[in-house]
Design a binder for this molecule. Structure first.
Ligand code: GLA
Length: 397
């Protein structure tokens, strides 16, 4: 009897597990660290086509095709069709090509009736589109929020999440409703990442107006992340938008932008023209030590520890009791930093990290110069250029 009861219990446990996975909305195992890839939008917008894209070698895992890949009309069966001029061999062939390069393939559509650039949207076709993407071998779906008048964001994204699940192919689901309905509060079980703000432009501090609207700068976006950091973690990330590294900011600004996004445990989607990438841009996008801060398995976002007179100090708790500390100079002039660790105790409720530098000593490694730069026993002194950063990794001595 006992055995029977046990095995019954076991059987019901199994069925509970099976049920949970059948009814789960998203593929839970994906994006345990922030996804990394390349996206066509920031540089090319809808001016994409097969020869251009085949000239790219992303280096990161996901190769994401943004808006403008479709023909203007669905076919007679209601299926989306790749624009035959841009993709003469069709999307399945293109997806196979991306996979043959060892990359995963991402695609874009929108919860509304049309995409932001006016192509057919998914509204009313969620399950059909998800099945089509699965048949092409899509691994990642970015889902936008234009032309959605009158619909409920949580419901619309949940429907698409369930449609992906039902199509049966694991896909990272990237919500792109610009933080308008606080997705950090409800999207944890819906997708793996959600945009937290409007679109980024290629400027560090101030952006220019573009056809009647103004993109956000790196600093505009940074200032909107600190209050939502508690909602991010493995498998569910705040997304402060794609990278503008290599798109016209100065080298210092590119370094600062990249470092700050890594401090924020942001998805890293390069958005530059990889065929014309300078050595400097390449060195920023491939700084392994900075990327390791982004990809740290603890998955905790940095917090702004200190801000005064143009200087900010951001702290990111890492696995194994390590820390990343980023000094950011927001001002227009070089700043002489003198930072006494012992005066700055750390107490982070989100990650339950407390550090008293009078008790614990850490050695410091500068992740841009790649040099060991002393310990927390000494006052940290350095001049930081305008719009530049120093990023240190702290390891216990
Ligand atoms: C929105 C998104 C962008 C990009 C464009 C495409 O603005 O936020 O990232 O996908 O649409 O039209």
């Amino acid at each position: 009897m006992k055995i029977k009861f046990k095995s019954l219990l076991f059987a019901s446990l199994i069925s509970i597990t099976v049920c949970t996975s059948v009814y789960a909305q998203k593929f839970e195992e994906l994006a345990q660290t922030p996804p990394m890839g390349w996206n066509s939008w920031n540089t090319f917008q809808t001016r994409i086509d097969e020869p251009l894209l085949k000239g790219m070698d992303a280096g990161y895992t996901y190769f994401v095709l943004d808006d403008g890949w479709m023909a203007m009309e669905r076919d007679k069966d209601g299926n989306l069709v790749a624009d035959p001029k841009k993709f003469p061999n069709g999307m399945k062939e293109f997806a196979d090509y991306v996979h043959s390069k060892g990359l995963k393939f991402g695609i874009y559509n929108c919860a509304g009736t049309k995409t932001c650039a006016g192509y057919p949207g998914t509204r009313g076709y969620e399950y059909q589109d998800a099945r089509l993407y699965a048949s092409w071998g899509v691994d990642y779906l970015k889902f936008d929020w234009c032309n959605t008048e009158g619909i409920n964001a949580k419901e619309a994204y949940t429907t698409m999440s369930k449609a992906i699940r039902a199509a049966g192919r694991p896909m990272v689901f990237s919500l792109c409703e610009w933080g308008q309905h606080m997705p950090w509060k409800w999207a944890k079980d819906v997708g793996q990442l959600w945009r937290s703000t409007g679109d980024i432009g290629n400027a560090f501090e101030k952006t220019e107006e573009r056809n009647g609207w103004k993109p956000l700068s790196v600093l505009n976006i940074l200032d909107r992340q600190d209050s939502i950091r508690q909602y991010a973690g493995p498998g569910h990330w705040n997304d402060p938008d794609m990278l503008e590294v290599g798109n016209g900011m100065s080298y210092n600004e590119d370094k600062a932008h990249f470092s700050l996004w890594c401090m924020l445990a942001a998805p890293l989607m390069a958005g530059n023209d990889l065929r014309k990438m300078s050595e400097q841009t390449r060195s920023v996008l491939t700084n392994k030590d900075i990327i390791a801060v982004d990809q740290d398995p603890l998955g905790v976002e940095a917090f702004r520890y200190y801000a005064a007179d143009g200087l900010e100090v951001w702290v990111k708790p890492l696995a194994n009791n390590e820390l990343a500390v980023c000094f950011l100079n927001r001002s227009a002039i070089p700043l002489n930093v003198s930072y006494d660790w012992k005066q700055h105790l750390i107490n982070d409720a989100v990650s339950k990290t407390s550090v008293d530098f009078n008790q614990s000593h850490y050695k410091l490694r500068d992740l841009w110069t790649k040099k060991e730069t002393g310990t927390t026993n000494k006052i940290f002194k350095q001049t930081i250029n305008s719009h530049d950063v120093v990023v240190l990794r702290l390891t216990k001595e």
